[in-house]
Design a protein around this ligand. Structure first.
Ligand SMILES: CCCCCCCCCCCCC[C@@H](O)CC(=O)SCCNC(=O)CCNC(=O)[C@H](O)C(C)(C)COP(=O)(O)OP(=O)(O)OC[C@H]1O[C@@H](n2cnc3c(N)ncnc32)[C@H](O)[C@@H]1OP(=O)(O)O
Length: 242
């Protein structure tokens, strides 16, 4: 009897040790990931400021940061993985829409259409994304290290109130500016007849993307307002599972 109790205790201890090791590994990975992302977005911020100070214009700025931006924005796909495997308490759908729409904006709009890269709207969404991401990733990092300064927490759950709509305005104006170039060049489009017997018009696809902001953005914004009430005002929010 005594020996089976002892066995149980040994098993429990082993299980607890495994859980502790797993949670330490997850914390270490997330800390590394968030530090790397904070650093990446800080590099982008510094590069943009230096470019503007040296050249006195925003023209050519996008080209100077395009590679770094593509790398760090695409790397954010890892976050969808974090939610999918359950190592962070966030919705896969909310994170997926947020991350994929940004990746789409970078790869299939701004980087693909050189003629729009000098639009002011591009600078608008770049500045907004940069401020948001430096705040967000430093919030996660300090939170994981249990040393979260209140102003970072405050910034994380207040800046978005203004930055989110501004970012959307920047993105929509950029897509709008792309429309004439897409129509003229016929890029990413397939006209009939072709061997697949399929037709696709990227111009109309872009219009659909713009329209999809109408149902999707309010949901993301409301999600952040709920997170704000939970974190800053301690409200208990019951959310539906994905
Ligand atoms: C292919 C065609 C494309 C079609 C496109 C369609 C368009 C759709 C419209 C989309 C509009 C998007 C516009 C957007 O791009 C514009 C901008 O972004 S402008 C800039 C302003 N933006 C923001 O402020 C973004 C705010 N939104 C978010 O932050 C996101 O919703 C999200 C990234 C998903 C984060 O939200 P989340 O639910 O995760 O909230 P929390 O940050 O509070 O986190 C919840 C808990 O999880 C922990 N967590 C999360 N991530 C991490 C991490 N990396 N490391 C450690 N811990 C993490 C966090 O600490 C919380 O834990 P706890 O509850 O214990 O506090």
């Amino acid at each position: 009897m005594a020996s089976s109790e002892e066995d149980g205790t040994v098993e429990e201890k082993e299980n607890n040790n495994k859980k502790r090791t797993k949670s330490a590994l997850i914390t270490a990975w997330l800390t590394f990931y968030n530090i790397a992302m904070t650093a990446g977005w800080l590099v982008l911020a510094i590069t943009m400021m230096r470019f503007y100070i040296q050249k006195g214009t925003h023209k050519g700025l996008y080209r100077s940061i395009a590679r770094t931006l593509k790398f760090f924005q695409t790397f954010a796909l890892v976050e969808v993985g974090h939610c999918a495997v359950g190592i962070v308490r966030t919705s896969v759908i909310v994170t997926g829409v947020q991350v994929c729409s940004r990746i789409y904006m970078v790869w299939f709009i701004t980087s693909s259409i050189r003629q729009i890269q000098n639009e002011e709207s591009v600078i608008l969404f770049l500045v907004v994304w940069t401020v948001t991401e430096i705040t967000r990733y430093s919030y996660y990092t300090f939170n994981l290290l249990h040393h979260l300064p209140y102003f970072i927490k405050w910034a994380r759950y207040n800046f978005f109130i203004v930055l989110y709509p501004l970012g959307v305005v920047g993105e929509l104006l950029t897509i709008y500016a792309a429309l004439p170039f897409v129509r003229r060049s016929g890029m990413y489009s397939m006209r009939l007849p072709n061997k697949y017997n399929v037709s696709f018009d990227y111009y109309y696809f872009l219009i659909i993307v713009m329209l999809s902001y109408i149902p999707l953005f309010p949901q993301l914004y409301l999600h952040m307002l709920r997170q704000r009430r939970r974190v800053l005002h301690g409200e208990v929010i019951v959310e539906k599972d994905d």
